[in-house]
Design a protein around this ligand. Structure first.
Ligand code: G4P
Length: 529
């Protein structure tokens, strides 16, 4: 297969949802279709399956939430599908935001009973900002939930999407009979406990056909015809260009747990979802089809195997091919590196690969060379944009609780910050270290990981700050900036890259500061230029 075909057959996407909507279950069923796993977990052992497939870390097993973003790949109908799994828990939203810089499209999972939930809103907003193509999957149709049309309205209003259903449920909950596939014009009937790999479908070019009444009953058939008429009248026709531009979002219904409606989703997905796209670097736009390798690190995962204390840097390949043992330029460090065992990901395994293509994710063993956002090239000085740090909202002083282990502690903190678990600030006034996080849970994660991976102990002390903002002065030499630095010295710190940060102790003080020093700009995201 030539290079262009390799690019065209790749689909790299993320599944996002509020926790418990069914992201893990859907991921498993997709893998099942790809033949990547043999059988999805039955309801009872689902949690164990979760551990086997998409959860990497011990801490996650303890908490039952997805802390880590994992990569799962499989082949389906000759398409190479890369799923980037994302933690749904809000305290790990930053990890998910970063992963969204590496996907070409997303599937949003919504629980039919709960509708649009808080975390879904936030994540979809990030996708919308970046015009990422979105497909919506409304899950748990085997349960009683909201009316399909009400739910479509809710998705439009709360998520600001322009939806068009490509499948439609026949009944719901106890009366759930199946799915009419608008995209393919056929019916898929629900047998209650359909765990088979591929369900039988009945083709219907014309739903006015009387045979439908015999199959699903007269009442359900009439209701379906009415509903489809309404769909046709209310929603625009599916238009792939609009979907690719992020201007229209197709919707599917189903039940991931029962493996129902998943094939419809997947079959349509591989046809309409975009292959690897071009990406903006600071210097220029890079096309996937360019021959020279470029890629960027969007995630670093530490010590997956506690016996080998190394890290895995996840690199998204934007252009060219990534080859084993070929030297590549680590742009930030200005040095060439070779990788003898780059990992590719297949379902729950990782394997050493000789060559990877745009859209693929390679895992590089790393002993501390990489930071999130680093770029690899074949020599070009290129910097990929858009892996921002977000303004943390929880702050604590971090202290060394075991003076014999200070070296381990500082190494651990350093590496955890490179991974993007949290941000470290050093106060200008007294040099004390403060950890800032997006969610409170990260403090426990850091403490746990410092102890289990680095053998160091830390303790925390409260540090009452409302928000950290990156400071940019219109003119660093002007008197206003000098006064700002003098008056606010107590509230100033440096981040790990030496950038100036203002720690506002309340929303009020943030507003007052902005008013008083208009030429000093305060930013909530680190990538502001
Ligand atoms: P998440 O990754 O988005 O957090 O969700 P996950 O797949 O773990 O699913 C959350 C719960 O919803 C699980 O139940 C799962 O079995 C259930 N679920 C997923 N899809 C469906 C569906 O289509 N229909 C129904 N009825 N339930 C579904 P749990 O009780 O939390 O876990 P378990 O003990 O059943 O494994």
């Amino acid at each position: 297969m030539n290079f262009a075909d390799q690019i065209a057959r790749r689909r790299t996407f993320g599944i996002i949802s509020h926790p418990d909507a069914g992201k893990t279950t859907l991921t498993e069923k997709l893998l099942l279709f790809g033949g990547a796993i043999q059988e999805a977990g039955a309801v009872k052992n689902n949690k164990i399956k979760k551990t086997a497939t998409s959860d990497f870390m011990e801490i996650e097993r303890q908490r039952g939430i997805s802390v880590a973003t994992s990569v799962l790949a499989f082949i389906y109908r000759n398409k190479k599908i890369n799923i980037l799994d994302t933690p749904g828990h809000k305290d790990f939203a930053e990890d998910t935001f970063r992963t969204l810089t590496a996907v070409d499209s997303v599937i949003v999972v919504i629980d039919v009973a709960k509708g649009v939930e808080a975390q879904t809103e936030k994540l979809v907003e990030v996708c919308r900002m970046r015009s990422i193509p979105i497909i919506v999957f409304i899950n748990k149709m085997d349960r009683e939930g909201k009316d399909a049309f009400d739910l479509l309205d809710e998705v439009e209003q709360k998520l600001g999407l322009a939806v068009t259903p490509l499948s439609f449920p026949i009944g719901m909950g106890y009366d759930f009979k199946g799915i009419y596939n608008i995209y393919e014009k056929n019916i898929n009937l629900f047998s209650g406990n359909s765990k088979s790999n591929i369900e039988d479908t009945i083709a219907f070019d014309d739903i006015r056909n009387d045979a439908l009444d015999g199959i699903i009953g007269e009442k359900a058939a009439t209701e379906l015809r009415d509903n489809l008429e309404l769909v046709e009248g209310v929603y625009p026709k599916f238009d792939r260009e609009s979907y690719l531009k992020g201007e229209q979002q197709p919707v599917f219904f189903g039940s991931a747990l029962n493996n129902f409606g998943v094939r419809e989703l997947l079959d349509c997905f591989i046809e309409i979802a975009p292959p690897p796209k071009s990406k903006k670097a600071e210097e220029r736009v890079v096309e996937a089809k360019e021959k020279e390798l470029t890629g960027f690190v969007f995630k670093i995962h530490a010590n997956m195997d506690p016996k080998h204390r190394d890290r895995l840097a996840f690199v998204k390949i934007v252009s060219g091919t990534f080859e084993r043992n070929k030297p590549y330029l680590h742009v930030r460090q200005g040095k060439k590196l070779k990788f003898s065992s780059p990992n590719a990901f297949f379902a729950e395994k990782k394997e050493i690969v000789d060559i990877s293509y745009p859209g693929d994710i390679v895992g590089l063993h790393d002993t501390g060379n990489f930071k999130i956002g680093d770029t690899l090239t074949e020599g070009e000085e290129l910097h990929y944009k858009g892996i921002p740090s977000f303004s943390p909202e929880h702050f604590r002083y971090i202290n060394n609780a075991d003076p014999m282990k200070s070296k381990q502690l500082y190494k651990g903190i350093d590496q955890l910050m490179d991974e993007g678990v949290a941000q470290l600030f050093t106060l200008e006034l007294n040099g004390r270290k403060v950890i800032g996080t997006v969610g409170a849970l990260q403090f426990e994660v850091i403490q746990y990981r410092l102890e289990h991976e680095y053998g160091a102990k830390c303790s925390y002390e409260n540090f009452p700050v409302y928000k950290a903002c990156w400071v940019a002065a219109d003119d660093p030499k002007n008197d206003e900036f000098k006064e700002f630095k003098r008056v606010k010295q107590k509230f100033l710190a440096k981040d790990k890259r030496g950038r100036l940060v203002f720690l506002a102790d309340s929303q009020f003080s943030l507003q007052m500061t902005q008013q008083k020093y208009p030429s000093v700009k305060l930013h909530f995201v680190s990538e502001f230029d």
